[in-house]
Design a protein around this ligand. Structure first.
Ligand code: ADP
Length: 247
């Protein structure tokens, strides 16, 4: 679904992403993990072309992403930014409807889609008219997810979608998200700090450090055959958080 060929990104002297070749396969869930500043969000931003690469090309569904076609192609990508990125002055349903209205969808189509998504994400219908500040953290994340899914995109990209939630809500939403991914059969790319969360979601984990992918594989491969000392340290630093792969 996405293909990076020779892609790199620098900010002054800092290499946010070293020259990288990478494929994100259709219908699969890929998780980007690594310490803060390792380049995870940079990869996401390159995939949606919020930033252009310095070198190389990014393909989406076979097309090279450019400044000219990014606006149009982005409609096929659902993006959940860190902290959800909801507009505080718009109700949950107005946040969700924004892009559909811009594209000229009729009212009936918009409300049918909103109801469908509320059912999918177990969001209470009567809370759709509330503003983000009147929702719980878990509900806000559901709204961000619904907004990203509104146009039924081919891919879903999520930057630390559950980072700000307390452990129980997080656990519950992890389960729900995973069943939603299965049901919708989307290509999913998630950024997280948490290795057990990565293992729970991922078909493939990409472990990053200093703008490089240091290891790529399933959680079991990382645990059983860490590529180097950094991977070992990274795993050890997640002390106690490695859960069984299935639950
Ligand atoms: P991560 O998501 O893994 O925390 P990022 O991809 O956000 O890391 O950032 C990678 C590196 O690039 C970091 O060192 C960060 O400070 C730097 N960086 C990211 N965006 C910018 C920017 N707009 N200007 C300067 N440096 C940036």
């Amino acid at each position: 679904m996405f293909e990076l060929t020779g892609v790199s990104k620098r900010y002054g002297d800092l290499t946010a992403l070293a020259r990288t070749d990478l494929i994100f396969e259709s219908g699969r869930t890929t998780v980007l993990i690594g310490p803060s500043g390792s380049g995870k969000s940079t990869v996401l931003r390159l995939l949606v072309r919020l930033i252009p690469p310095d070198t190389g090309i990014v393909r989406f569904a076979g097309q090279i992403l450019t400044d000219d076609n990014a606006g149009l192609l982005r409609r096929r990508m659902g993006f959940v930014v860190q902290e959800g990125g909801l507009f505080p002055h718009l109700s949950a349903q107005d946040n969700m409807a924004l892009m559909a209205r811009y594209l000229g969808w009729r009212k009936a189509r918009i409300s049918a889609r909103i109801s469908e998504l509320a059912e999918l994400t177990h969001f209470p219908i009567d809370a759709l008219t509330r503003f983000p500040a009147q929702l719980s953290g878990g509900q806000r994340q559901r709204v961000s997810l619904m907004r990203a899914l509104m146009l039924d995109p081919d891919v879903l990209l999520m930057d630390e979608p559950l980072g700000a939630l307390d452990p129980m809500i997080r656990f519950e939403l992890q389960d729900e998200l995973k069943s939603i991914f299965r049901l919708l059969n989307k290509t999913v790319v998630i950024v997280t700090h948490d290795l057990s969360e990565a293992g729970f979601f991922a078909d493939t984990i990409l472990l990053m450090r200093d703008g490089q992918i240091v290891q790529q594989g399933m959680l079991a491969q990382l645990l059983q055959a860490p590529a180097n000392e950094f991977v070992q340290k990274f795993i050890r630093a997640q002390r106690g958080s490695i859960l069984p792969l299935d639950r």
